[in-house]
Design a protein around this ligand. Structure first.
Ligand SMILES: CC(C)(COP(=O)(O)OP(=O)(O)OC[C@H]1O[C@@H](n2cnc3c(N)ncnc32)[C@H](O)[C@@H]1OP(=O)(O)O)[C@@H](O)C(=O)NCCC(=O)NCCS
Length: 159
């Protein structure tokens, strides 16, 4: 059983990114499973490729990593990667809590810390992209005031 008192939080900049490797793979697998049209995209995506894009955002703005660690199990069980760009737009780039650890307020603690960081950085707008097929996440983000704003359509490769 999950003992919430044993969950410890740390946060920092992009130098913490390598700690999310395994968890990121779990999120990518979920996106792959739930995507109606972009399974090949998620299949081809690797953490190294995602990291290149995130490090680019760190260079042109700032990046933040929040980690939740189960001290008892000795492993990371959740993370949030967020960003702020040169136009003061804050973004939740990636957020994931391992399945057995969901529903205990870990996601809440991670996103709250990220949103406070964005405010400290002077964010004027905050955004999150939710993959098509993962609309379940809307319910979570709605608690923090995020609502669907627009739908971005992307052409499938070799359609
Ligand atoms: C979204 C997510 C990070 C929430 O983390 P969490 O630690 O379970 O969140 P909390 O315990 O703080 O809050 C849970 C609340 O979020 C909502 N919620 C939305 N989607 C949920 C889901 N798939 N599972 C559990 N709760 C969910 C519920 O309303 C729940 O509220 P309740 O406890 O009053 O019922 C986690 O469910 C997750 O990793 N999901 C898969 C990855 C994902 O979709 N990430 C977002 C990609 S943009």
């Amino acid at each position: 059983l999950v003992d919430v008192a044993k969950i410890k939080y740390v946060s920092g900049d992009e130098t913490l990114l390598d700690s999310i490797d395994r968890l990121w793979a779990g999120l990518n697998q979920q996106h792959l499973d739930s995507s109606p049209d972009f399974k090949l995209y998620y299949k081809a995506l690797t953490f190294e490729k995602r990291k290149v894009v995130l490090l680019q955002k760190a260079r042109t703005g700032a990046l933040r990593v929040e980690l939740a660690k189960d001290e008892q199990a000795g492993q990371y069980v959740g993370y949030c990667v967020s960003s702020i760009d040169a136009n003061k737009v804050g973004g939740i780039e990636s957020l994931f809590v391992e399945e057995p650890y969901r529903g205990f307020g870990i996601g809440d603690a991670l996103i709250k810390s990220a949103l406070i960081w964005m405010d400290e950085k002077g964010a004027e707008t905050k955004m999150v992209s939710v993959a098509a097929g993962n609309e379940e996440a809307f319910r979570f983000y709605a608690r923090y005031g995020f609502r669907p704003r627009r739908t971005v359509l992307e052409q499938i490769k070799n359609h």
